[in-house]
Write a protein that binds this ligand. Structure first.
Ligand code: NAD
Length: 374
């Protein structure tokens, strides 16, 4: 059988980005060798690195055209992180690294963000929650990414009659939350499909007792649920969902929700694991999918060789699963990470007083360790 080849647009970005990307690629290459698949990675610029490279040109930018073209032509995009103090003090007219992220998501038509939250038993003590609450936590948050409040009309007026304190003139602001049926349908449908491949439960989170967008969301969800009799579907108000996530997180399998609610709930859920260095995310849509760690560029530890590469490595896991339908190979990565942690290997951010000094690894050594356990 011909050997499969996949082209991956790799975007190391800034700060610890290049260090953790190297480990992601190392694990990907090891999986490729074992699975008889060629993963051809091609590095491109994004974020501060792109701003530096295009400075002084006609169009200084955090997302050069050739990066977007390569991303579109690739089978998947693997991103590390962007940003850093070097680029934060620029004036409003200058490009900022984070604009590269928004632009690539838009340019690839990525309308759905996926953040799995999975407990590694060896790291239970790192969570702010009591260990017994974390038994069996394995959930995924599916967030609508390109609609709702963040993309509706934003308006600001000054000196509006009656808006001031005491009834005089004052400021007025409004943000509009909008959804079209197709935007809801494609995300909710994806959540039901995902639940079918997992434990078969979808919680749809809304605020249907107050918001019209939520009432439409609920109607669409109920219609889709009728097509999936094998999936248990539940509605949950967002305030209750926020509470349930810390009170009983193990009840959840797939949580699907709109943009703003998803933004907040996915950060809350990420704290269940207690460790930012362990969480990966995927953005999916009409174009090439993009995979990245949930954390930023950690400029405080950049260049020191101590960054935790596991979120980047678990982004590779998501890429295998969702872009290449290589579920078995994706499982190899999860097992390798789990085994390394079970045997006590840690990077500094997830080590504690009980970790022997010779088990605290740097970025490269942790990447090597995962490859060893593959
Ligand atoms: P951050 O996630 O970069 O860092 C927060 C803290 O977590 C820091 O103490 C950092 O050292 C630590 N940390 C993060 N990742 C780690 C890892 N893999 N291993 C060990 N420790 C890790 O968030 P921040 O400090 O708020 O932001 C730094 C820069 O990153 C900013 O410029 C911000 O805009 C940018 N950022 C980028 C993304 C992205 O690229 N998707 C996301 C968030 C923030």
């Amino acid at each position: 059988m011909a050997r499969a080849t996949y082209r991956i647009c790799t975007l190391p970005g800034d700060g610890i980005g290049p260090e953790i990307m190297a480990e992601g690629k190392k694990v990907l290459a090891a999986v490729g060798t074992r699975a008889n698949v060629d993963f051809v990675c091609e590095d491109h610029l994004i974020g501060g690195a792109a701003i530096d490279a295009t400075e002084g040109t006609e169009n200084p930018t955090a997302l050069p055209e050739e990066t977007l073209l390569s991303a579109r032509a690739s089978d998947a995009v693997l991103l590390a992180a962007v940003g850093g103090p070097k680029w934060t003090n620029t004036d409003a007219g200058k490009p900022r690294p984070e604009q590269g992220l928004l632009a690539i998501r838009k340019g690839l038509g990525l309308y759905l963000n996926l953040r799995p939250v999975r407990m590694f038993d060896a790291l239970r003590e790192a969570s702010p929650l009591r260990p017994e609450l974390l038994e069996g936590v394995d959930l995924v948050i599916v967030r609508e990414l390109t609609g709702g409040l963040y993309f509706g009309e934003h308006r600001r007026e000054r000196d509006v009659e009656g808006a001031g304190v005491g009834g005089g003139k004052g400021g007025f602001a409004s943000d509009t939350m909008e959804y079209s049926e197709y935007e809801v349908d494609r995300v909710v449908r994806w959540a039901f499909e995902a639940a079918r491949r997992r434990r078969g439960v979808v919680h749809s989170v809304d605020k249907a007792n107050v918001l019209e967008t939520s009432r439409m969301w609920r109607e669409i969800t109920h219609a889709i649920a009728a097509e999936y009799p094998d999936v248990r579907a539940e509605d949950l108000y967002v305030d209750n969902a926020a509470m349930q996530l810390v009170a009983n997180p193990a009840q959840f399998d797939v949580i699907v929700t709109e943009n703003t609610f998803g933004d907040i709930l996915s950060d809350e859920a990420s704290m269940l694991t207690g460790s930012l260095g362990m969480l990966a995310s995927a953005s999916l849509g009409s174009g090439t999918a993009l995979y990245e760690p949930s954390h930023g560029s950690a400029p405080d530890i950049a260049g020191k060789g101590i960054a935790n590469p596991l979120a980047q490595i678990l982004s590779v896991e998501l890429m295998l699963r969702h872009s290449f339908q290589m579920d078995d190979e994706a499982d190899w990565i999860v097992s390798a990470v789990r085994s390394a942690l079970d045997d006590g290997w840690r990077t500094a951010d997830i080590a504690d007083d009980a970790t022997p000094a010779d088990h605290v690894l740097g970025t490269v050594a942790m990447g090597d360790k995962v490859v060893e356990y593959l």
